[in-house]
Design a protein around this ligand. Structure first.
Ligand SMILES: NC(=O)c1ccc[n+]([C@@H]2O[C@H](COP(=O)([O-])OP(=O)(O)OC[C@H]3O[C@@H](n4cnc5c(N)ncnc54)[C@H](O)[C@@H]3O)[C@@H](O)[C@H]2O)c1
Length: 329
């Protein structure tokens, strides 16, 4: 196992340069890796470099990088040719969320990569053990689940499937700290991984409250922004219970759990929107409606906010208390 974490010596590839692939490539360039971007679709070949440069320019404006964005682009090769993957140590598949597309892409990747290369997928929800069965070498296959914008967020899930070699996953976990991530290593696969399981439990309850007339969509958003939104970036949920007194949670759970939604149906509220063609800010129709100006302003404001939140998260890393106490010692 290669124990080096010198990013300049670890060539990485991203296959599929859409929204996420471009964002992940930006993160890897900022971290110092040489990057091969495989863009098998013509429109990506034309536009991906521009999208990545735009991300780097924004990063310069927001103080994430200090050097000329063009100097980062010198470490990037974008091509439709899978043969360029030969020398890469890590390959990040980032194509459509479609198992047939992913299978055909894995075949093309595995036809050229070296036996000790690590193959990963940025799938949002397909179980890693299922994807792993589509590969020739399941032991070197992992989920690597990023959050948009991948070059500002601290989130990264590294997921082992049933047959993954844990040693590679541990190496990825350490390396991900060079990407300015505060990663999570899941040694056991489960549908939805970690973050989506937690979030979907919350989405289900939110739909239940709206559909049964207890609150509006707007009420829920305000409550989440100002409730968990106020403490969650600092301490997650278990430390929050420690900080605020565990017996109270124990008492509430006994009475509240039986009343929480456990429906297995997709809620009518989201079903109706989808049936009517609503996509959210993309076409202006979602839980709220948007003019094109409002839609763009929300996307821009989220990008601005993610840089600010990153600064705050970096100021309060997971070992903040250890650091403070060691200064006193
Ligand atoms: N968008 C998000 O916030 C997000 C977050 C986490 C994970 N993901 C996952 O990342 C992956 C990519 O999502 P995205 O949002 O970037 O989608 P996207 O539609 O922006 O990009 C998909 C890319 O796949 C390419 N592609 C299509 N068919 C292909 C083929 N046959 N061979 C090779 N490439 C092909 C497209 O040209 C495009 O570049 C998906 O699995 C998605 O579920 C997305």
């Amino acid at each position: 196992m290669n124990e080096s974490f010198e990013t300049a010596k670890i060539p990485v590839a991203v296959v599929g340069l859409g929204l996420m692939g471009s964002s992940i490539t930006t993160c890897l360039l900022i971290a110092g890796h040489p990057v091969i971007g495989i863009a098998p679709i013509e429109s990506d070949l034309q536009h991906a470099a521009g999208r990545i440069l735009e991300n780097l320019e924004l990063s310069l404006k927001e103080g994430l990088i200090e050097d000329d964005p063009k100097s980062f682009m010198q470490r990037l090769i974008i091509s439709a040719n899978y043969d360029l993957l030969k020398k890469c140590r890590i390959i990040i598949e980032c194509t459509l969320e479609n198992i047939d597309v992913k299978k055909s892409v894995f075949e093309k990747i595995e036809a050229v990569i070296s036996p000790d290369a690590i193959l990963t997928s940025n799938t949002s929800a397909i179980p890693i053990s299922d994807l792993q069965r589509l590969t020739q070498h399941p032991e070197r296959f992992y989920g690597l689940h990023w959050m948009i914008p991948a070059f500002t967020t601290r989130f990264l899930e590294i997921i082992c499937g049933e047959k993954s070699d844990i040693a590679n996953a541990e190496w990825l976990y350490k390396l991900a700290h060079q990407w300015a991530k505060e990663p999570t290593l899941m040694k056991k696969d489960i549908r939805g991984f970690l973050n989506n399981r937690l979030m979907y439990a919350m989405y289900r309850e939110a739909f239940y409250l709206v559909e049964n007339g207890y609150a509006t969509v707007d009420d829920i958003d305000r409550a989440v922004r100002n409730g968990p939104g106020y403490w969650i970036t600092l301490m997650g949920i278990f430390r929050w219970m420690d900080l605020t007194g565990i017996p109270a949670y124990h008492a509430v759970m006994k009475d509240l759990f039986p009343t929480l939604s456990n429906t297995t149906e997709v809620p009518a509220l989201i079903d109706d929107i989808v049936k009517e063609g609503g996509t959210g800010v993309i076409n202006g129709n979602g839980f709220y409606s948007y003019t094109p100006e409002e839609a763009k302003c929300w996307a821009d404001t989220y990008a601005e906010f993610s840089f600010d939140l990153r600064k705050l998260a970096l100021k309060y890393p997971i070992d903040i208390v250890d650091k403070k106490l060691s200064k006193l010692a």
